[in-house]
Design a binder for this molecule. Structure first.
Ligand SMILES: [Zn+2]
Length: 360
């Protein structure tokens, strides 16, 4: 929306119909948003909708019967609301459909700050994913850099006390310096791959989308965690054609533990999802005779534990579709020359991230 705002907008009249929420502002403008943008008002009766009070001298409007707050700023900019307390909502597994996004602004939560926090956390998670991609396949930055100053096991490379932490973090937090230094790490002088800033940007996008799409705190947190993990899986499989057991085994345990938290699949749904993912892909691997590796099969099982039943089905189906599209593209462009094998893990990971975000 390109409206230029010269002053803090104030609401002087509010009307809710079956179709739209309409606010008249003190400066003469009228703003409307579809009723579906507020699921609380959508589900409210006409009596509940008409019972509201102006708060903050017209900065916002509060509906006490359904505990909804909408601000003039929120309506102008379409800023989604954050629930200031988690309502009892259906678990993800029992409701795989998209919920209408909750628009309007809850005045109790500074939304811009929350979005900024999710971007910062996404960036840090991207750095952690960079570390996983660099170190876990057994290819530490010191080895790759040929005596680079980041290998703590060589005596001259041991960071001097007090300058190790924040400076070596730059090795994995590449976004601020990458374009200005041609990819050369300011800490160790190693040339960092373009993948490093791209992975940081991808986790930031995933975290910001999760924050925009998922209203409840626990599913939001777990989706962010899983997205960062799956993006690391995706990159490692592209770079090394491997899905690492050292990542899958702890992920399976963590996903099962997380299933005991509210808001996601139940432990039973997680176990059923894991069994479906592992079982179906094990059969596919048998039928395909090596076209699909055991790493993909184990990853499908872990994805099942993360998403649970029934969400495991759209997650893996989308992964198969994305992988199929990629296979066709590779065939057409004649870039598939490795005896017909292809890495499925990146597409399974991507499909799962998309489904987790959409189902939030
Ligand atoms: Zn470095």
């Amino acid at each position: 929306m390109s409206t230029v705002v010269s002053d803090t907008p104030r609401i002087i009249e509010m009307q809710v119909t079956d179709e739209v929420i309409t606010a008249r502002l003190a400066d003469g403008r009228t703003i409307s948003v579809p009723l579906a943008w507020s699921w609380r008002l959508s589900e409210a009766t006409p009596e509940q909708r008409s019972n509201f009070e102006y708060i903050g001298n017209g900065l916002g409007v509060h509906w006490p019967d359904v505990d909804e707050d909408i601000s003039a700023t929120g309506m102008l900019y379409g800023i989604p609301a954050r629930p200031h307390k988690s309502p009892a909502r259906p678990r993800r597994g029992s409701q795989p459909t998209l919920c209408p996004p909750d628009m309007g602004l809850h005045l109790t939560t500074p939304s811009a700050a929350a979005l900024g926090l999710s971007i910062l956390l996404g960036w840090l998670a991207g750095a952690a994913a960079n570390w996983a991609v660099d170190v876990l396949p057994g290819r530490g930055p010191g080895k790759a850099g040929g005596g680079a100053a980041s290998d703590p096991e060589t005596p001259e490379a041991a960071p001097t006390p007090g300058r190790g932490g924040p400076i070596s973090a730059l090795h994995y937090l590449t976004l601020p310096w990458y374009p200005f230094r041609g990819g050369v790490c300011p800490h160790c002088g190693e040339h960092r791959p373009l993948r490093a800033p791209l992975l940081e940007a991808a986790t930031i996008v995933a975290f910001a989308l999760a924050w925009l799409l998922i209203p409840d705190p626990w599913p939001l947190a777990t989706t962010c965690l899983y997205a960062a993990f799956l993006l690391a899986i995706l990159v490692i499989d592209f770079e090394h054609r491997r899905v690492l057991n050292v990542m899958l085994a702890p992920a399976a345990v963590v996903a099962l533990l997380i299933s005991f938290l509210p808001g996601g699949p139940t432990p039973v749904q997680a176990l059923i999802g894991g069994a479906i993912g592992f079982g179906v892909f094990f059969l596919l691997a048998l039928i395909g005779r090596g076209a699909m590796g055991m790493g993909d099969v184990k990853l499908a099982g872990v994805i099942g534990l993360m998403t649970g039943y029934p969400l495991v089905i759209p997650a893996l189906a989308l992964g198969i579709v994305l992988g199929g599209v990629a296979a066709i593209v590779l065939l057409v462009t004649r870039r598939a020359g490795r005896k017909g094998t292809m890495a499925y893990a990146p597409y399974l990971a991507l499909g799962t991230i998309i489904v987790l975000l959409a189902a939030g």
